[in-house]
Design a protein around this ligand. Structure first.
Ligand SMILES: [Zn+2]
Length: 87
């Protein structure tokens, strides 16, 4: 997949957390056979990239610096770890 804008401010490694209790967090994951690609890609300015705290796979890309991803846990499609985004 080609991306036009490859500029980003910083790469942030997420913190690995245990599987969240039911109905406490929104879990975003790719499911089986999703492959090694970001779970979502934003269109912000002042871009951040969040990577898996375990295997370093990029989980989200092009996230605007003012975007707050609260109460969201990203399940890594590669290693199945639960990644907490920094608040
Ligand atoms: Zn991972």
């Amino acid at each position: 997949m080609e991306r036009i804008n490859t500029q980003y401010l910083e790469e942030i490694r997420c913190k690995i957390v245990p599987k969240p209790e039911r109905n406490t967090k929104t879990i975003i994951g790719g499911g089986e056979n999703y492959g090694k690609r970001p779970l979502f890609v934003g269109h912000g300015t002042g871009l951040r990239r969040y990577s898996c705290g375990n295997c370093n796979l990029v989980l989200t890309d092009n996230v605007g610096e003012n975007i707050r991803l609260v109460n969201i846990v990203l399940k890594c499609p590669e290693c199945q770890s639960y990644n907490q985004l920094p608040a």
